[in-house]
Design a binder for this molecule. Structure first.
Ligand SMILES: *[C@@H]1O[C@H](CO)[C@@H](O)[C@H](O)[C@H]1NC(C)=O
Ligand SMILES: *[C@@H]1O[C@H](CO)[C@@H](O)[C@H](O)[C@H]1NC(C)=O
Ligand SMILES: *[C@@H]1O[C@H](CO)[C@@H](O)[C@H](O)[C@H]1NC(C)=O
Ligand SMILES: *[C@@H]1O[C@H](CO)[C@@H](O)[C@H](O)[C@H]1NC(C)=O
Ligand SMILES: *[C@@H]1O[C@H](CO)[C@@H](O)[C@H](O)[C@H]1NC(C)=O
Ligand SMILES: *[C@@H]1O[C@H](CO)[C@@H](O)[C@H](O)[C@H]1NC(C)=O
Ligand SMILES: [Ca+2]
Ligand SMILES: [Ca+2]
Length: 930
């Protein structure tokens, strides 16, 4: 069930877990399963903590943990899709390390690279915490996935388990922590295995003295760096294991050299992962931690507005403000309340700044403060603003762009489409024409301006709505009515030029609020339901439902009926058709690249797949009881469709392999059964994807230290077309200072380029940069790109959690607590990096704090007062500093008032928060695996 037979054959032969916990199935646990299990339990605990703090009942889900069950336990069933997307994003980055950093020993704790491995984890952890602080959750997830790989490999590749340890190494998360005794380079650590039996190959003195070592690894014997007497990783691809001392010590699978310890290693890796996640949660606070994981108390959707604020918009802005006010206030406090609000104004020559907030009031204040002025000529910087919104919005968002003018920055079309494809974001354009005197919808014809917006809408799966200024309010109310969480697309098609055509689609039992959107000029249509009743475009209120029409938009709210529906469209003008509903059955997908050989695995493609070549989609469904039966790449203009060969991968994931990805544009459509009893369902990804004969790859680290030039090397390869390829490099922060404008390639050849990013020294830690590198073939017929995100983090030298100084303790609780009254402590919390978050880990009392400027070094310090009843005589204060170091300070109402104190290292057992301790306990006892 877990992987294709092909995959098993390939990997059992070639990859017995060469570089870490296996990527293959079986009795063994792999990186993906370990990561997922730890995420599920850490998420559950964060939800429990929130429930406890607000006094609601929390119930652990029964049986095996799944993303869906955890989302339900968190009272966030609607977040199931975004939670899955987050888990997938993190695990994909984890697995990618085996492909991108295959031979870098530090990423795998091979070759006794303990300091190098720890540096990757500690630096990355700082970046994750800083990114969370800035609300850059996408970047946080990417870095998190990458650092979990070495963390997990430590338990498989070192002798930590063999040394008899039964809990995670306490020193891997902090750059200044003690790693314990490590074998010197000259010190032998292993002897030969006895034939195949490696169970006893680590030297006695190493075990007795508790000295850390790890296996050496190399795939080519000549470049082996294994010093005399050292342990090897072991297994087929590892050439060092054929040199004395022969054999290995890895625990990647149950059949590895030390396979008898695989389960113990995997359990420790799970516990260590959960511990790291708990540390991230304590630094961020549960709510932001859950946001990072895509789990929201309201809707997972963002509300993203990109608004033209030039002079001519003075009629439109009030309509936008009023409609938004209505929308925001009706959603507030309901399950539809957006998880985040994003606003990007634009004019000419300016655009931005971008505002991103979780506070609806702040969003409305900013929106209401927009005034229409300036703009010069009648074209504006709409794509610059849209590009900014695309980089800041969570994946899978829906963006609304309001303008009455054409785009001035049309050169950004390529990067904008690249970002839409990468983030699977839907962009709707609300167009009110180019001039005020023009009362009809002026751009409805074939004007070039509207054409560009129409193309972008179509590429993203959105609508280009063309209305008069007086119709805008109604259009907004129609289109925003559908921005519900569980919105799914059943069918999406566009025809340009238009032609008469009948479209059909199945509606399954899980679908509610069935709605059809048709945009286009002068057309007629007839909709028929499964029982044969029809309603034509001229009937507003008929047997099938209610038809509304404004400008070029027709919205048809239909009475849901299960079965095959048809839409018969009659028009010679361009049109788009979109059928949506609400349903719990939806799918996630990404093109992945399968690599075979010693480093087998899959990697999410950050660019367009190769045209005409074989390609692979990785899919998963949001409803556990549903199963895919068909995955199609459909040509959006009504051409053919290519079916993929389905291979279940376990964990609800399915691979769809295509022998040839269609050239040009295509959509992704799936069918399946089991969404509701017996029913067949159909879903389509809203956007349009493209293949390309060009490939673009980039290589660099993913963390930028501000103040030093940062280089990104990239490689462009081409198919049959040679010549000068134009290179377009853009980022959302203006950090690119150097990049080539073109690269010359011969047919079938490749060329390298370098991009320089110069990040100013004063850039705050936790900022991120999204870089798009696009290569366009001569003539512009073909293009591909790569989109990468980088995290900006200043080098951290502070590893100390805040210090707590007890100012006074009031009251003492002896004897019968009901009669003993209250107790209180006053504590000064200070830190060289400033005090960030303060919270209560234990104790049923009230915490209040005020910032006071009395830190020992003059830095920010907080004076905290905690007060509780004597019936809650223990308290533990959580204190996080400005760079995310987490500490805790325990207080007791019993005994004599203690002297002034400061907390120990965050990871010493006495300072483990109760939540963290519980994560560890859970991770250790939870039945691991399949
Ligand atoms: C391995 O990766 C780390 C972190 O990116 C880097 O600092 C180090 O130089 C790399 N080592 C080698 C041998 O490439
Ligand atoms: C590419 O551009 C360079 C510089 O403009 C020019 O010298 C070269 O001939 C061009 N190559 C092709 C194949 O057009
Ligand atoms: C591009 O760089 C890679 C290494 O990153 C190198 O192997 C390759 O030869 C280079 N290609 C060209 C055309 O310079
Ligand atoms: C890719 O190349 C194939 C033939 O090699 C060609 O048919 C196709 O049109 C090309 N695609 C693009 C987007 O240029
Ligand atoms: C503690 O005090 C309460 C209220 O004064 C009383 O009801 C209770 O019995 C006492 N408990 C003990 C163990 O003395
Ligand atoms: C916390 O204290 C309040 C009042 O002081 C009390 O009503 C409540 O039951 C206590 N909760 C717990 C979990 O002890
Ligand atoms: Ca202008
Ligand atoms: Ca500190």
């Amino acid at each position: 069930m877990r992987a294709s037979s092909y995959f098993v054959v390939c990997c059992v032969l070639l990859n017995p877990g060469a570089l870490g916990f296996a990527i293959l199935p079986g009795n063994s646990l792999n990186h993906q399963e370990i990561t997922e299990e730890a995420i599920l339990s850490a998420t559950l605990l964060a939800c429990r903590d929130i429930a406890q703090s607000v006094g609601t009942v929390f119930t652990f889900p029964p049986g095996t943990l799944t993303a869906g069950a955890v989302a339900v336990a968190c009272s966030s069933a609607e977040s199931s899709k975004s939670f899955r997307r987050a888990i997938f994003g993190i695990t994909a980055r984890n697995v990618r390390v085996d492909l991108r950093h295959a031979l870098n020993a530090s990423f795998h704790f091979d070759d006794e690279m303990f300091l190098g491995g720890r540096r990757i984890i500690a630096t990355g952890l700082t970046s994750v915490k800083a990114s969370n602080r800035e609300g850059n959750f996408e970047t946080a997830r990417e870095i998190l996935g990458e650092i979990l790989h070495p963390l997990q490999d430590f338990y498989s590749h070192s002798n930590w388990v063999e040394l008899g340890n039964r809990s995670p190494h306490p020193g891997l998360l902090r750059a200044d922590a003690d790693l314990g005794s490590m074998a010197a380079e000259s010190r032998p650590t292993c002897r030969n295995c006895v034939g195949e039996d490696c169970s006893d190959n680590i030297l006695e003195d190493i075990l007795r003295e508790g000295v850390l070592t790890s296996g050496y690894f190399a795939i080519v014997p000549l470049v082996s760096t294994k010093p005399p007497g050292k342990c090897s990783h072991g297994g087929g691809p590892d050439q060092t294991s054929t040199l004395e001392p022969r054999g290995g010590i890895n625990k990647d699978t149950a059949s590895a050299s030390h396979g008898h310890l695989h389960r113990a290693a995997a359990r420790l890796a799970t516990a260590a992962t959960a511990q790291l996640l708990a540390d991230v949660a304590q630094a961020a606070g549960e709510t932001d931690f859950l946001r990072m994981m895509g789990v929201f108390s309201g809707s997972s959707k963002a509300l993203v507005f990109v608004v033209d604020t030039t002079e001519s918009m003075s009629d439109d802005l009030p309509a936008v403000k009023a409609a938004t006010e209505t929308l925001v206030t009706t959603q507030e406090g309901t399950p539809d309340e957006p998880s985040v609000y994003i606003l990007v104004p634009f004019g000419d020559p300016g655009f931005g700044p971008l505002m991103r907030t979780t506070d609806s009031k702040a969003f409305m204040t900013r929106l209401n403060a927009l005034t229409a002025r300036g703009g010069g000529d009648s074209a504006e910087m709409s794509l610059s603003a849209l590009k900014l919104a695309l980089t800041a919005a969570p994946s899978d968002s829906e963006i609304f762009l309001f303008t009455d003018a054409s785009a001035k920055d049309t050169n950004l079309k390529g990067p904008v489409i690249a970002l839409m494809e990468r983030t699977q974001t839907v962009v709707n354009f609300m167009l009110t024409g180019t001039s005020e005197e023009n009362s009809g919808p002026p751009s409805r014809g074939s004007s070039a301006e509207a054409l560009l917006y129409r193309q972008l809408a179509q590429a993203s799966g959105g609508l280009a709505i063309e209305v008069t200024k007086s119709e805008l309010t109604e259009a907004i109310s129609i289109i925003t009515a559908s921005s519900a969480d569980s919105l799914v697309t059943l069918l999406q098609a566009s025809r340009s030029p238009g032609r008469d055509e009948t479209f059909s689609f199945p509606v399954d039992e899980s679908v509610r609020s069935l709605t059809v959107y048709i945009t286009g000029g002068s057309m007629s249509f007839t909709i028929s339901n499964p029982s044969g009743e029809s309603q034509s475009s001229t009937v507003q209120n008929g047997p099938l439902g209610v038809f509304r029409s404004v400008g070029n938009l027709n919205a048809l709210k239909l009475k849901t009926q299960v079965g095959e529906w048809t839409v018969e469209l009659v028009s010679s003008n361009p049109y788009t058709l979109k059928v949506t509903g609400q349903s719990d059955v939806d799918f996630l997908f990404d093109f992945v690249e399968m690599s075979e050989g010693p480093f087998a695995g899959l990697d999410v493609l950050g660019s367009r797949p190769r045209a005409g070549a074989s390609g692979t989609l990785l899919l998963s469904l949001t409803a556990p009881q549903a199963a895919l039966t068909e995955v199609l790449l459909v040509e959006p203009r009504g051409g053919g469709a290519v079916g993929g060969r389905l291979e279940p991968r376990g964990g609800g994931e399915v691979l769809a392999r295509f022998s040839a990805v269609p050239a040009g544009a295509f959509g992704v459509r799936v069918q399946g059964r089991g969404g509701a009893p017996g029913g067949i369902f159909q879903r389509q990804a809203p956007g349009v994807l493209r293949s390309s004969n060009i490939t673009v790859r980039s290589e660099s680290e993913n963390i930028i230290v501000p103040g030093t030039p940062f280089l990104v090397r990239f490689t462009v390869t081409t198919g049959d077309v040679g010549g000068n390829f134009s290179i377009q490099v853009t980022d959302d922060r203006g950090f690119v200072t150097d990049s080539p404008a073109r690269l010359e390639l011969v047919a079938g050849g490749e060329a390298n380029g370098t991009v320089t990013l110069s990040v100013p020294r004063n850039t705050p830690s936790g900022s991120d940069v999204t870089l798009t590198i696009q290569a366009e073939a001569p003539g512009g017929a073909d293009a591909n790109y790569v989109v990468e995100r980088y995290s900006v983090v200043n080098t951290v030298t502070d590893f100390q959690p805040p210090s707590c100084t007890l100012v006074l303790r009031e009251g003492s609780c002896e004897g019968n607590c009901s009669q003993a009254g209250d107790w209180a402590v006053v504590v000064d919390v200070a830190d060289a990096s400033g005090v960030g978050r303060l919270a209560l880990l234990q104790g049923n009392g009230t915490l209040s704090s005020a910032v006071v400027g009395l830190g020992a070094g003059g830095q920010n310090a907080s004076r905290v007062t905690y007060r509780a009843s004597c019936c809650s005589p223990e308290a533990e204060l959580l204190a996080v500093d400005g760079v995310g170091n987490v500490g805790s300070c325990p207080y007791s109402a019993r005994g004599p008032a203690p002297a002034a104190q400061s907390p120990g290292a965050a990871l010493t057992p006495s300072c483990l928060g109760s939540g963290l301790a519980l994560v560890l306990a859970l991770a250790l006892v939870w039945p691991a695996g399949v």
